[in-house]
Structure formats: C-alpha cells, structure tokens
Design a binder for this molecule. Structure first.
Ligand code: DGT
Ligand code: CA
Ligand code: CA
Ligand code: ZN
Length: 607
C-alpha cells in the first residue's frame, strides 16, 4: 500500500497500543514508573482534542501530557511506516494473552513469567488446568499454598461482579460529558440510568443528549478516542465500550421534549413499569417518546386518531399522571409512587444541609495528613465543625493511640482552636471558612473481640464525641456480633456507630447482625448510626438507612477521610442517605455546633 493511502492510526488505536505496551512491560517485570508512563500517555492520547498521529506525522508535535520525545517518535514511526518496532518486538517476545493473567488476584508479573516459561501457560484456561493438575507447585516461588490461592483467585475473577463503584462511574461519566460538551449540535447532556439514581454501584453508563442533529452527535460519540468498540449505532442511540472501562449507552432526545426521555432512561425499570400502568389506566401509553392516546381497543391509536403528547421536563410528566415530582434517588418502586400520589414524599437531605463531619483521621493514626492540614481543609470547605477521630489503642495495624498520645492530641487540638478563635476575632479567615469553626476531639473507638470498649470510661468521658466501630473478630456468631454492637450503642460515651455493617462493597460480606435489635437500641439511646461516605463502604446502605430512620434512629453522614481530598466523600454519603428517604432532621450533623454538643452531652441521660 502506498504510504499516502495507509490509514493513519486514530487516537483510540494509539491508546490501545500504548496500553498493551504498558501491560507487556509489566509482565516482563519492568520498573513500575516505566509501565505507568505508557499507560499515562495512552490515557492522555485517548482524550486529546486533536488527531495525534496525523499531527505528529506532519511535523506538528503539539504537546500531549505524558507524551515525550521517545513516545512521540514511536507515534511518528507508526503513522509513517505502519509499524512500531518496539511494540512488534514485545509481541514477538511473549503472547499478549499473558496480560490477562495479571488480572487474577494474587498473581503478579513474576508468577506470570514463571508459569509461562516453566509450563508454557499462555491463557487463563491454561493457568486453571495447570493449577488443578498441581503442576504449578515446584516452579520457583510457587508452593502448594500459592497454587491454591491462585485457583481461588481465578474463581474470584470469574465471579467478580462487573459493576463500578459510584465514584469511578461518576469520574468516567464526567470525563465523557467534558468531551462531548460544546460539540456541534449538543444542547444538553444528562447522565441518566443508575448513576442519576445515585446507586452505590453502576452497571453501564447512560447518557442522554438533547440535540436537533442526532447523526452528528452519534458519530462524534462513537469516534471518541476513549471508545474501544462500537457495539451498535443508529440514528437515535449508540452503545460502545470504552478502553478498560464500562459500556456506555447514548440516546438522543429532540429539543423541548426531554420529559419522557429523562424519565424513561433514568429508570429504574421497575419505577417505569409502575408509571406505565398508571398511564394505561388513564388511557395513555407511555414510552420515551411521550404519551400516546390509547384507542378503544386498548392499543395506541394510529393514523388520523393518533395523539402524541410530549412534555418539556420531568415535573410535567409526573404532573400529567397527577403525581408530585419524584427525585431520581427514590425511583426504585419502593413506595415512592404511592407517596407521590398522596403528597407525602420526603424532603430529602442535601449536601448543603450538612454543617460538619463527625469522622476523619490524621497521620497520628492511619491518615495521610497532619491534624492542622485536615482541620484547615475542613474549615475551607465551610464546615462549622470537624471531629478528629483517630483510631484507639488496640487497632495496632492503624497505629491506634495510647492514652498518653490522646492527651497530647487534646493539647494540639486546643492550640489550633485557640488560633482559629484569634483569626475569627481579627477577621483573617481562609477562603471558604465560616467564623466559629471548631475542631472537635474524638476517636474511632475499637469494640474489642470480647465486646469491651478500647479506652477506660474516664478517658472516654473527656472526648468531645466518640465514634465506635467493629473491625476485628468479624466472623463471630450473630449473637456475639450483635452483643458487641449493642454494648457500644448502650455506652454512655459512644455517640455514633461507624460503618455499622462493616461492609466493603463487592469485596466482603457484611457483619451478621440482628439489625432490628441494633435499630431499636440506637433509637432508644439516641445513638446515631453512620452513613459512611467512603465509596467502597457506603454503610449504612440506603436500605438500612431507611429502616433505621423508620425505627426512629438518628443518622450521621460522615466522610471517614484519611486525607484532605476524602473530606469530599460526604457527597456520596448524602447520595445514599437520599436513597434511604433521609431528611435533614434525621441527620445529626445538620445541626449547628451548640445543638450537636447538646446532643452529645445529653447521652448519659439518654442511656
Ligand atoms: P445499571 O446499568 O445496571 O446500573 O442500571 P440502570 O438502571 O442504569 O439500567 P440500564 O442501563 O439497563 O437502563 C437504563 C434505564 O433505561 C433504566 O433504568 C430504565 C430504562 N430502560 C432500559 N431498558 C429498559 C427496558 O427494557 N424496560 C424498561 N422498563 N426500562 C428500560
Ligand atoms: Ca445503566
Ligand atoms: Ca444502559
Ligand atoms: Zn475511620
């Protein structure tokens, strides 16, 4: 093929190749920074706003983050010769399928090389067969135990749910929106589906684009550099998978008719089914396109009698069915439709309702940042208070604090608060801060395996607020685990139970608790149950949060930050609270500081 007819690789082609180079280098055992350099370049090229290969081949070496002269030369080589010698030599050195083996939990590059060189294992199937036949043990560095762990890892990989945690789904969706915004014909983009409903995990992403030029929008979408494969594309919809990322469905909607499209693609499917039944009872068929009048035969009328009602926004759709507007977080067919009909939908808590955060760590235990850095970051977020809750003494793995360290920490906090008081008085507040900010002294108190609390009562009494949690002996019986949790709830010193189920989403099972007993005791003692905002936790779950408030419990929405950026985890906690029908009045950290402190000091009497 003459050079001028050779297709120039797209940004997506380049990204795929550089990702594969990174993977192959990893199998080869190259230094991490080298592997990461290729991956970083691949991601940046995928996102570049211009065609990198064409530009570079014509001598226009515009800057792309992470693409230096070495990678730039390889791009030019590929664009002008159709080959990249470095990539070719890596592929000649080892089969590309080895990369898949790195996905097995517990299998690193050394193991991959060992099984490939020693046994000729190239694929996951090969690896499973070799392990089942007991042929791995005996290879350098592989014991019988390692072999069992590899088998277990393969099983885990096969069973691993393919859903993203909400923070990753949000990041991928935001990135796509940024790449589509401002493109020709795009008037508005809405992130629909389970992400809009703020589910804790998201299967695929659903984007709705309002446009009067669907074909342009769809070809722009399917042509994005981050797109790996186009699964299907028509005039109204397209589905793609992204490089190392999930599936994305894009639907277009005509301007001015967004209402039914938004309702349809936000879901949930069960909520939509219920809406359609109401519509049908009233003589209409509801689809994404609008409401179609049903004929006498119960089928949508066609021809001259056809009547399609389109609606500009979602509120109008609900109004059309005589329902109050239902927030996306409630659209799970969990009683929201009856509540909308009867005018008793909850007024959901918002991020703006929170006045502070009751759970965060510093580098005194297992956090990353110093106390003053965490406090400053909380203050700049406009919190009225932040409770510092480093781990208690027995949690050695997290550098829990001995009582003497607790006393030291108290002094550090007092000095910081004195400084803030001076700044309040002279009016030199950092940007974003509100006057009167207080750093409160708390701890994350271990509930030991025998149910005992990890500090003596006289020390506990001196904290401003105590958050208690169960981290150890998670496999005890339901009775034992419940007894430990109730012991913490009933302590006059414990104010909040942190991440009550101890879960890690898709990673490990919840604590086996008698939840009714937990809710009853928490309600009776005024102990708050936490909705932990850390994306892998989100604990209480939305369902349990709803049961908790129905049982009369207070909840606390906390970040559990271990670094300053994680203070923003409050947002994910608020999402789950909303899914749990939680209102501001149920959330203890919506209260101003004096009321929060009054609640804490009321605890001994509450018990
Ligand atoms: P996911 O992706 O598993 O996290 O959950 P969703 O809710 O995002 O589900 P998805 O992506 O299959 O569909 C997005 C929305 O589109 C869904 O919430 C409702 C609507 N939808 C899509 N397909 C159907 C369908 O076959 N029937 C109904 N009733 N609704 C559908
Ligand atoms: Ca979806
Ligand atoms: Ca979908
Ligand atoms: Zn914590």
């Amino acid at each position: 093929m003459p050079a001028d007819e050779r297709p120039v690789p797209s940004n997506g082609d380049l990204a795929r190749i550089f990702h594969e180079i990174g993977d192959l280098l990893e199998v080869r055992g190259e230094l991490v920074f080298k592997v990461l350099a290729y991956r970083k370049a691949a991601d940046a090229i995928a996102r570049a706003p211009f065609e990198v290969a064409s530009a570079y081949a014509s001598g226009d070496r515009r800057s792309v983050p992470g693409v230096g002269s070495a990678i730039g030369d390889k791009i030019v080589e590929l664009a002008t010769t159709g080959h990249m010698a470095f990539h070719d030599s890596l592929r000649a050195e080892m089969p590309a399928s080895l990369v898949d083996l790195l996905e097995v939990p517990g299998v690193g590059p050394k193991t991959v090389r060992a099984v490939w060189e020693g046994l000729g294992v190239e694929t996951l199937d090969d690896l499973r067969h070799a392990a089942e036949a007991g042929r791995l043990q005996g290879l350098r560095g592989i014991s019988a135990g390692t072999e069992q762990r590899i088998l277990e890892g393969i099983r885990q990989l096969e069973e691993r749910p393919q859903r993203m945690l909400i923070d990753r789904a949000q990041a991928v969706a935001d990135d796509l929106v940024a790449q589509l915004e401002g493109a020709p014909g795009v008037r508005r983009i809405v992130q629909a589906g389970s992400l809009r409903r703020r589910r804790e995990t998201v299967g695929d992403l659903d984007l709705l684009v309002e446009t009067d030029d669907p074909d342009t929008v769809i070809s722009r979408f399917t042509g994005l550099g981050v797109v790996d494969r186009v699964l299907g594309a028509g005039h109204a919809k397209a589905s793609v998978t992204l490089l190392r990322r999930p599936q994305v469905d894009l639907m277009v909607m005509p301007p001015g008719e967004a209402g039914t499209y938004l309702v349809h693609f936000t879901g949930s499917a069960a909520h939509n089914v219920a809406l359609r039944a109401i519509a049908r009872d009233r003589g209409w068929s509801l689809s994404e396109k609008g409401f179609l009048r049903l004929g006498p035969d119960g089928e949508p009328a066609t021809g001259a009698g056809a009547e399609l009602r389109t609606l500009p926004d979602e509120a109008a759709v609900y109004r059309f069915l005589d329902l109050a507007y239902v927030e996306p977080e409630l659209r799970e067919d969990g009683g929201e439709i009856a509540a909308a009909r009867e005018g008793r939908l909850p007024s959901l808590v918002t991020r703006g309702d929170l006045r502070g955060d009751l759970h965060a760590h510093s580098d005194w235990s297992d956090g990353v940042h110093a106390i003053e850095v965490m406090a400053d970051a909380a203050r700049r977020r406009g919190h009225a208070y932040q409770v510092l809750t480093d781990h208690s003494q027995s949690l050695a793995i997290a550098h829990g604090l001995e009582p003497a360290r607790v006393e030291q920490q108290r002094r550090v906090i007092a000095e910081l608060n004195a400084r803030y008081a001076v700044e309040d008085a002279v009016g030199t507040l950092p940007a974003g801060a509100v006057a009167g900010f207080r750093l409160l002294h708390g701890c994350e108190l271990e509930v030991r395996a025998d149910g005992a609390l990890d500090y003596p009562d006289d020390l506990l009494a001196r904290f401003d607020l105590v958050v208690a949690s169960v981290h150890v002996a998670r496999r005890q019986s339901r009775d034992e685990l419940t007894r430990r949790t109730l012991n913490a709830i009933r302590s006059p010193h414990v104010d909040v139970i942190a991440h009550p189920a101890g879960r890690m989403i898709q990673e490990r099972a919840d604590l086996d608790l008698d939840w009714d007993a937990v809710f009853e005791a928490a309600a009776a003692t005024g102990t708050a149950l936490e909705i932990n905002g850390s994306p892998p936790r989100l604990d209480l779950s939305a369902e349990r949060a709803r049961r908790a408030i129905e049982a009369g419990c207070l909840v606390a929405i906390d970040s559990d930050a271990h670094r300053t950026s994680e203070l923003d985890f409050l947002r994910w906690g608020v999402d789950q609270a909303r899914r749990g029908w939680v209102e501001a009045r149920h959330v203890v950290n919506t209260r101003p500081l004096p009321e929060l402190l009054a609640w804490v000091s009321g605890k001994p009497e509450r018990v």
